[in-house]
Design a protein around this ligand. Structure first.
Ligand code: FMN
Length: 188
């Protein structure tokens, strides 16, 4: 027996993306975004509220970076999703995070997070009361501690957070349970 919950959007897992941009006065800013994902092999799409400082920053600079919130930085990652740069000027410092300028785009890289994507904006539009932005990935960087013996990114080492929207909770990405494009072959 299934129970209906009505018109309620739930997607799982939702990522916990930390979007970093520059404010008009040059201070780095960050916000938490769960409504975002990959579209195609080289693009990232975000769905942002129209009044956020981040939204205004992206419109002005045409750039942003995306880091993946990890267990180690859970409180800081939640904090940047609770407070706006419109009321707290230096959110990044207050969160205990650190930023340096991206080599590739006009946006900061938050150095505390081990995995970061740098994007230049290729599309933005307001629709359904939200601001949709698509960024083309121009660089992906990872801390050495994330790399395996062959120098490849091992997401198992990241302890990435996912957002559990029904419970308003954060969970950690867990164990490897299978191999994509392979385990299904047994049923072919
Ligand atoms: C778990 C979580 C997920 C969030 N996801 C989004 C999102 O996908 N889109 C959005 O516009 N705001 C989202 N927010 C809210 C923004 O992060 C928040 O309003 C932030 O203060 C905006 O900061 P800014 O004004 O400095 O840009 C989320 C907040 C939290 C805590």
């Amino acid at each position: 027996m299934k129970k209906n919950f009505g018109a309620k959007a739930v997607i799982t897992p939702l990522p916990v993306l930390i979007i970093a941009t520059y404010n008009e006065d040059g201070t780095p800013n960050a916000m938490n975004a769960a409504w975002g994902g990959q579209c195609g092999g080289k693009h990232i799409a975000l769905n942002l509220g129209t009044s956020h400082a981040t939204t205004e920053n992206i419109k002005r600079t045409n750039a942003f970076t995306v880091s993946f919130a990890d267990k180690k930085h859970l409180a800081a990652s939640d904090y940047v999703g609770l407070v706006s740069a419109k009321t707290e000027k230096d959110k990044i410092a207050k969160a205990g995070l650190h930023a340096e300028k991206s080599e590739f785009v006009d946006a900061p890289v938050i150095t505390d997070y081990p995995l970061t994507i740098e994007c230049r904006v290729v599309s933005m539009r307001e629709e359904l009361g939200e601001f949709r932005v698509v960024g083309e990935v121009v660089n992906l960087s990872a801390d050495e501690e994330l790399l395996d013996e062959e120098g490849k990114i091992d997401l198992g080492r990241l302890e990435a957070l996912v957002y559990d929207s029904p419970a308003h909770a954060y969970r950690v990405v867990g164990e490897r349970v299978g191999s994509a494009f392979k385990d299904g072959l047994a049923l072919k």
